[in-house]
Design a protein around this ligand. Sequence first.
Ligand code: BES
Ligand code: ZN
Length: 624
Amino acid sequence: MLRTLLIALTGGWLISCSSPSTSNDNANETDHQMTELPLDVHSYARPNFARITHLHWIAEIDFTNKIINATARYDIDKAAAADEIILDTYGLNIESVVDEAGNELAFTIGEMDSHLGKALRIGLGGETHQIAVVYSTQPGAKALQWLDAEQTAGKELPFLFTQSQAILARTWIPIQDSPGIRFTYSAEVTVPNNMLALMSATNPTEKNESGTYSFEMKQPIPAYLMALSVGDIVFKPVGPRTGVYAEPSLVDTSAWEFGRMDEMLVAAEELYGPYAWERYDVIVLPPSFPFGGMENPRLTFATPTILAGDRSLTALIAHELAHSWSGNLVTNATWNDFWLNEGFTVYFEQRIMEAVRGRDYAEMLIALGQQDLRHTTDEMGTSKDSHLKLDLEGRDPDDGMSDIAYEKGNFLLKTIEAAVGREAFDNWLKNYFERHKFQVMDTETFVEEVNSELLTTEELRSEVRLDEWIYGPGLPDNCPEITSARFAAVDNQIEAFGAGSGADELATTDWTTHEWLRFIRGLPSELTETQLNDLDQAFGFTNSGNCEILAAWFQKTIPNNYATADARVESFLIEVGRRKFLTPTYVALVEADPSKEKARAIYAKARPNYHSVARGTMDELLDW
Ligand code: BES
Ligand code: ZN
């Protein structure tokens, strides 16, 4: 702590003061023109008065106490009348705040809100354009997951990773945590011996002796894309612009699994224009990572559950890569516009997959998505949460993370594409990314632009029915129906099985993961022990190394009390912390045993391994 404080008060400033322009090279705003930003109900910041434009972060990662000691130094842009700047914080210990001359600045910390945390209001003099906040995190900081050595693949060194989206950056950095507020950043991070630190920035590829690593993110990004990983991590290149980071025992497997990443990058650029972030690397994290992937710029964070051994789950990489345009370049203005990030990204992901793997392959992915969507809209009924434009005021933005944003969003874009034709749509989309790069987009502006640039006739407008899609519930009846020839063949086999064919008589040669998923999902909901055994003997589902297949299989084994899979369900829930798998599996356990006894017994063992965002969801589900 003392060391970071000293840097903030002495040498650190000198570097910054002698070359103040370097930190602002790519920022959009100058001191005098501030682009107007929309009000974000999930942030205390008031960026139209004062906003951060650059962060220099100096941090020491303390694995013993599970805390980060840091100094966050900011360049500030402010309106002439602004006499304070407001940062978001959640559970941070703020030690002091100083200006560029080293003078202490007065600050106040507001009331605690359970979603938003506390506002940190810092008084600014007229000439103050830089501030430094000296602070530390708490061991329970929600964005951070500190893993003990036993929870890693190597079992020798601990591991730390962050997950900032949607509003958790404020639990490890005092920051203006709103997707509209962009800033560049640089960092110096000190970690224990033999560990490598990585961020959503320029990254080292090797450990060094000093244990201090430097980072730079020259393109302005919003706070939810701040990211850090520390562990026994090594690098392996995949293509000229791509590579993987992982623990040593996983790096070769990972590099093989993602062997076509460069091709995806080229395909993406051919579709929608140049990649803005120079390199694209992926880090494969320990299995407790709560998501499939997170689009941290230059360095996607990914779950190891996509290492299927056959490259069949790499659409997830296409998805996170696509966010380099939809999300990271053109960013949802607030979390109520979340579908603009995710719906566009699913659409783009599927276009990349079509380019790399062919149309019939992409059709399987699209059809699986449509199946998920119909399931979700059936469940949600007329709930307002099934509108594309959300109203998350007073709630955790995490509540908006459903198939609506992803799949309803995707199918709206497909409906527009079908109406105007692919060529016109592609040209428009490419132009959209170019025109709005490094800026925010809100739903209303999207509607305006689509109406004036694509749906230019009354006929087209009534064919698409934009308002119904965006401001109405459920799935409009003009949603294109997806047919997949390969799935039609699978459906025949499901029928044959239902009619009494043995599992080993079914025609399953050359099926990919997607066909297996279609097959398992399509099996009758009631299955006898004999049938489940027959399937398991023929296809080895219970022992599958493919997490998607396992999770789908559990949806059949749990409701039908197929005891053979019980041990595998338990070990899966203890090992894997990816929420997308946890939620349906625990829900199935609770439905099969409404006393929740069985589910809670497993959860008691598994919970210590989960990240806070997964814990939050499961705690609620299991009355923890
Ligand atoms: N950005 C999301 C993950 C996210 C969303 C984290 C909202 C926190 C709040 C990421 O791009 C994502 O969508 N991940 C999916 C991947 C899938 C759709 C291919 C996941 O984790 O399952
Ligand atoms: Zn996404």
